[in-house]
Ligand binder design. Structure first.
Ligand code: GDP
Ligand code: MG
Length: 439
């Protein structure tokens, strides 16, 4: 999905101005990309229609950066389709909050419950109780017990000879007595949605009156995951969805369709087998991820908010004319510093978010101060005409700023790279941004 969308978008970026025909062309590609990724047909149809209407609006076609505008529209609409905002786990007015987990066999229910218990424990200092309600496979109870032991959360189990409904009844009483603030009920799954399973789940629901019925679906099963979600939702009226196995090579289509098809929010995503691999689902982040561009739009928006608009306009003009100099460099650094820790800002650049080399990147604010010190030791001429920076000038600057001459050289090199990058960037070409960090 990501690759196809990126291709469509980069094609657009190579053009300066964009015509209505270009928009139609890119929309065709987006439509194909979505269908190929198993996104529900109706969802695709509605999506493409909305984006096309917005994109053909005059303000996009006439803007200087139409490709970026279209990316932003696509991103906005993807976010909207997925529900716009993150939706929190429901809370009971008084403890315990009861969460019932349902889904097909192998979807990841048991694992996700463990992850959720750990998350609640870590983030809210909660005292959850897990109830082993899957009695059809003895291994399922052991699995839950092992998980409980790992994360140090109690597991209520009565073996396999007692009905799940009865187990839940006794489990709830136990939680009441122990004053657990969350009760997380694990249930059995089948290979397909079937009536017997649904009846049993409905019975548990009736008894437990859960505050939350979370449906776990496996993102790797694509359109099937959406059908399953629809089936479960019709029978049980679930309150939220957990999409698991998003760490694998999934096409991501399920994330896009599920909300639209079921009307229920995706609340969490599972991104690995470890107990810590559960994240709150943020529609905007998922949209950027589908677009394969890190949090570029967050960056652009952040920049728009934090940059003094007039300065930003000047800067853009300079980038276009390629007259960006060291004074601008300092301005830029100061502006960027205002946006937050450098490592966060860098990670918002396309291609950077998942760059393993940056995983533990830390940028010391002192480094930026050093860069500034170097620039402050330059004469006005040196700042505005960096080409005059010959070795003797560099040595003088090094001495003046108290930084080693190698650092001065490195900074000038980076400055030149940045300048090159910016002139590309201002033309809407994001490729090669990675080079900005090379030294
Ligand atoms: P259940 O039958 O629905 O209870 O599913 P399980 O919790 O037993 O999970 C089935 C398999 O999927 C296990 O091997 C889990 O480790 C794996 N699994 C669950 N969630 C994820 C996930 O988010 N990512 C990956 N890669 N594997 C997962
Ligand atoms: Mg299970």
């Amino acid at each position: 999905l990501t690759e196809r969308l990126q291709n469509a978008i980069s094609k657009l970026r190579r053009k300066g101005k964009v015509s209505e025909a270009d928009v139609r062309e890119v929309m065709r590609e987006i439509r194909l990309a979505l269908l190929e990724a198993d996104v529900n047909f109706q969802v695709v149809k509605d999506f493409v229609k909305t984006v096309r209407e917005r994109a053909i609006g005059a303000e996009v076609l006439e803007s200087l950066t139409p490709a970026q505008q279209i990316v932003k529209i696509v991103n906005d609409e993807l976010t909207k389709v997925m529900g716009q905002e993150a939706v929190e786990l429901a809370q009971a007015p008084k403890i315990p909050t009861i969460v019932m987990m349902v889904g097909l066999q192998g979807a990841g229910k048991t694992t996700t419950l463990g992850k959720l218990a750990l998350k609640l424990k870590n983030e809210q200092k909660a005292r959850p109780l897990l109830i082993a309600g899957d009695i059809y496979r003895p291994a399922a109870i052991d699995q839950l017990k092992i998980i409980g032991k790992n994360i140090d959360v109690p597991v209520f189990s009565l073996g396999t000879d007692i009905s799940p409904v009865e187990i839940v009844r006794q489990g709830l009483a136990f939680a009441q007595e122990k004053k657990n603030d969350y009760v997380l009920i694990d249930t059995a799954g089948r290979l397909q949605v079937d009536e017997k399973l649904m009846n049993e789940l409905a019975e548990i629901k009736q008894l437990a009156q859960p505050n939350e019925i979370l449906l776990t679906v496996d993102a790797m099963t694509g359109q099937n995951a959406v059908d399953v979600a629809k089936g479960f939702n019709e029978q049980l009226d679930v309150t939220g969805i957990v999409l698991t196995k998003l760490d694998g090579d999934t096409r991501g289509g399920a994330a896009l369709s599920i909300r639209a098809v079921t009307g229920k929010p995706i609340k969490f995503i599972g991104q690995g087998e470890k107990m810590t691999d559960l994240d709150v689902f943020y529609p905007d982040r998922m949209a950027s991820r589908i677009l394969g561009m890190g949090d570029m739009l967050t960056l652009i928006e952040k920049a728009q908010q934090d940059f003094d608009q007039k300065k930003a306009d000047e800067m853009q003009e300079k980038m276009r004319e390629n007259t960006f100099d060291f004074n601008d460099f300092i301005d830029q650094m100061t502006q960027v510093q205002k946006m937050g820790p450098m490592e966060d800002v860098i990670k918002m650049i396309p291609g950077m978010a998942n760059n393993p080399a940056l995983k533990n990147l830390k940028v010391d604010p002192k480094d930026i101060e050093h860069l500034k010190a170097i620039v402050f030791s330059m004469t006005e001429k040196e700042r505005t005409e960096p080409d005059v920076l010959n070795p003797s000038r560099r040595r003088r600057i090094a001495a003046g700023s108290g930084r080693p001459v190698q650092e001065v050289n490195r900074m000038i090199k980076q400055f030149n790279q940045m300048k090159k990058m910016m002139s590309k960037f201002s033309k809407g070409n994001f490729s090669g941004m990675e080079g900005m960090l090379g030294n």
